[in-house]
Design a protein around this ligand. Structure first.
Ligand code: AMP
Length: 181
C-alpha cells in the first residue's frame, strides 16, 4: 500500500492517477469515494471543507478495501488524514491485512496551491472551503506525518510546487529504485 498525502491542491489526485495508470495499481481516492457515498449533513460538511467523522470514514474505507484482492498494491489518496484513522490503518497492517510500503507527502505552500484550486473550480473550491481545508490539513494532517514517522512508516517528502511531470518523475523513481512495486 502506498499513501498519498498533502494539502488540497498539492496534486494528489493527478499524481495518483498517473501512478495508477503507469503501474496498474488500485487507486482509491477518499474524496471521490466520499462524493459517491455521502449524503445529508456529511455532504454539506464536505462542501464546507471540514473533515468527516473518523468512525464513518473508517467504515467506508474498510468496505472499499475489502473489495480488493489480497496482495495487490493499493494507492490510497486522502487516507489517513487524522491520527485515529492512521491508528486503524496500522492495526490492519499489524494484522497482516496489508503491507504499508511508503507515504508520499506532496509538499506545497498555501500560496502555491491556492491558484491551482481556484483554477480547478470544483464546487468545494470556494474561498472559505479552501481556507477550511488548509486549516484542517495543518491541524490534523501535519501532526500525522510525524506520527507516521514515529511508527516506522517511511514518509517521503516531495516538493510538489514543481510541474506535474517533475513531481511524477520523482515519485516513479522512488518506487522503482526502492522496489516498492
Ligand atoms: P479531497 O478530494 O481529497 O480534497 O477530499 C474532499 C473532502 O472529502 C475533504 O475536504 C473532506 O471533507 C473529505 N475527506 C476526504 N478524505 C477524508 C478523510 N480521510 N477523513 C475525513 N474527511 C475526508
Amino acid at each position: 500500500m502506498i499513501l498519498l498525502m498533502g494539502i488540497a491542491g498539492s496534486g494528489k489526485g493527478t499524481q495518483g492517477k498517473m501512478l495508477a495508470d503507469k503501474y496498474s495499481l488500485h487507486l482509491i481516492s477518499m474524496g471521490d469515494v466520499l462524493r459517491m457515498y455521502v449524503t445529508g449533513d456529511q455532504r454539506q460538511r464536505m462542501l464546507a471543507g471540514d473533515l468527516l467523522d473518523d468512525t464513518e470514514i473508517i467504515a467506508i474505507v474498510d468496505k472499499v478495501l475489502s473489495s480488493i484482492p489480497d496482495n495487490e498494491t493499493v494507492l490510497l489518496d486522502g487516507f489517513p488524514r487524522t491520527i485515529p484513522q492512521a491508528e486503524w490503518l496500522i492495526k490492519q497492517v499489524e494484522a497482516e491485512r496489508f503491507r504499508l510500503d511508503v507515504a508520499f507527502h506532496l509538499q506545497a505552500s498555501r500560496e502555491a496551491v491556492k491558484e491551482r484550486l481556484i483554477g480547478r473550480a470544483r464546487i468545494d473550491d470556494t474561498d472559505s472551503a479552501i481556507e477550511a481545508r488548509f486549516n484542517e490539513y495543518e491541524r490534523s494532517t501535519m501532526p500525522l506525518l510525524e506520527w507516521l514517522t514515529r511508527h516506522s512508516i517511511k514518509v517521503i517528502n516531495v516538493n510538489a510546487e514543481r510541474s506535474v511531470e517533475e513531481v511524477n518523475k520523482d515519485l516513479a523513481h522512488y518506487l522503482e529504485d526502492s522496489q516498492k512495486l
